[in-house]
Design a protein around this ligand. Structure first.
Ligand SMILES: O=P(O)(O)OP(=O)(O)OP(=O)(O)O
Length: 148
């Protein structure tokens, strides 16, 4: 199970270059249910996700580059390109800040993952987060892949 809240970004933190960053490209073989291929730096992953908004089932399997490139030819919609910055947040969280590139730029989304629903419900976002879009399907990457 993945328990996650998602937010728009009001102001980008300064000096993003200080944080670990993953260069991601991902596309969807199917969007209902989600079947996603992703390159994250030098890792290649096949992911299936269940329905749901804040709480979703998620299964990950490793791919190799050859398989990724093969499946990339078969995606529907656009290939999403983004940089994901990993920003620590006290006491024990990591903000995944996605800065989209290509035709989804300048979209920015921040996600935080939790161990329990209770934690997710009690979370107070940092000042620089904007609107909470956890329960809006329109900011799911699978939907963003289909935008005209
Ligand atoms: O890295 P994840 O699993 O949160 O995946 P995403 O594609 O960035 O996010 P979502 O499926 O919520 O659009």
């Amino acid at each position: 199970m993945e328990i996650e809240r998602k937010y728009l970004v009001k102001t980008l933190p300064d000096h993003l270059e200080q944080y670990a960053c993953k260069v991601i490209e991902q596309g969807y073989l199917n969007t209902n249910p989600v079947v996603r291929i992703r390159r994250s730096n030098d890792d290649y992953i096949l992911t299936c996700k269940g329905k749901g908004m804040m709480v979703r089932e998620e299964y990950n399997l490793p791919l190799n580059e050859e398989a990724f490139l093969h499946l990339k030819e078969k995606i529907d919609g656009r290939l999403i390109q983004k940089r994901r910055y990993l920003i620590p947040l006290a006491p024990k969280y990591t903000i995944e800040l996605d800065v989209f590139e290509g035709d989804l730029a300048p979209l920015q989304l921040a996600e935080v993952e939790f161990e329990t629903e209770e934690e997710a419900n009690n979370f107070t976002p940092p000042e620089w987060f904007g609107e909470d879009v956890t329960f809006s399907g329109k900011y799911h990457n699978s939907q963003l892949s289909k935008l005209p």
